[in-house]
Design a protein around this ligand. Sequence first.
Ligand code: SF4
Length: 230
Amino acid sequence: MRRRTGIPMATVLRKLEKIYHPPKTFLHYRTPLDLLVAVILSAQCTDKRVNIVTEKILYPKYRTVKDYLRVPVEQLEEDIHSCGTYRMKAKSIRGMCAMLLEKHRGQVPDTMEELLELPGVGRKTASVILSAVFNKNLGIAVDTHVQRLAQRLGLSSHHNPNKIELDLMQAAPLRRWRDVTVLLISHGRAVCTARNRNCGACVFATQCPSSLVLGRKDMAKPKKSMRRRT
Ligand code: SF4
């Protein structure tokens, strides 16, 4: 059977940036450390919930890596409890802060290699930090929205986030990598959600390989219990 072809990346970006303009980062932060912590908390949690926890509880209380290391781990667990998987996230945050203090004088490094050495930091987190904080496009952050949209739009036929990232990096010019993440997340939240493909209201309704308007099947397979560092 012939595979349905996807929509060209240039078309995807052109159409989405007309709707979601200017592209916005969703997590609120003041410093690079804030954003690192927020991205770690965002794993399996909504950005809305993370913003509530960071702005109301964490940011007034924790400013430097030493602040996160000074309190008992149980206190940090309690502070981030509502973000879910709080024990693992507290461990990652404290491990990350300890390494930042030991190897980087408490500062967040600006290379992919150094970021990936930090506990709890995977390619998605490192890519977000590099593009949002240091204006460096060294990767495309693939979260569940990006993963789903890339599959539904036919931008990638893979299910592994690292392979999807490679497909997206090949399809988009380097200067647009940050926009790819932000625009796909925006569309994944507003129109093409995990539970509901609102194809009747979608700008890709007549082109998309997963469009319900065209009577097509969802090209995004149900999520497997695949885990990777964020
Ligand atoms: S046409 Fe439907 S499946 Fe395709 S991107 Fe739009 S909402 Fe999603």
